[in-house]
Write a protein of this length. Structure first.
Length: 180
């Protein structure tokens, strides 16, 4: 979705009016402000899917972040299902993430757009709630590692349905973090 500067200003002013007049509506003025100030206009279509907005594709960065969060959701769920013996094996076979793998985010200095999209998905759109209350700034460049893992995960994902990842699949995915 694209808004001109004038349309953004009008939407922000209307959001202020809605709030000050305590207008009861399905439109959340705080969400509108957050989407505009955070430059996450794509989220308006996601939040208000009943509005027949002009057709446009979801930005590639949003698709990538959704895929990464989905992958980590499967990783964390799969890890919780492992036995203690399997967890010890994963720790040895897939460092550094094999030891209690959790999504740590993106680099706040170099991957800020990815981090902002992830935060918006979780905090504003209530997606991937298993990652709420986390700091999405891992303080190191992680995107290349996530992408390598994602390329392995995508081929496995097609076969999973709702099943958790097993030890072999987790080892392959987590092992892709580093270039060898």
């Amino acid at each position: 979705m694209k808004l001109t500067d004038g349309e953004k200003l009008i939407a922000l002013m209307l959001s202020d009016l809605y709030e000050k007049l305590d207008v009861k509506s399905e439109i959340d003025p705080e969400f509108i402000r957050s989407a505009i100030y955070g430059d996450q206009l794509w989220a308006l279509k996601w939040k208000y899917s009943g509005i027949p907005f002009e057709k446009s594709d979801t930005p590639e960065i949003v698709k990538e972040v959704v895929d990464i969060l989905d992958m980590w959701s499967f990783i964390e769920r799969g890890y919780r299902k492992l036995t203690n013996v399997q967890k010890e094996k994963l720790k040895v076979d897939a460092p550094p993430h094999g030891d209690n793998p959790v999504f740590q985010g993106f680099d706040g200095n170099n991957e800020t757009e990815h981090m902002a999209v992830a935060l918006f998905l979780v905090e504003e759109l209530d997606r991937f709630q298993e990652f709420s209350d986390r700091d999405f700034n891992c303080h190191y460049q992680s995107l290349d590692g996530h992408r390598r893992m994602l390329s392995v995960f995508e081929s496995i994902r097609k076969t999973l349905n709702t099943n958790p990842l097993n030890i072999v699949q987790l080892t392959k995915i987590l092992g892709a973090w580093y270039v060898r």
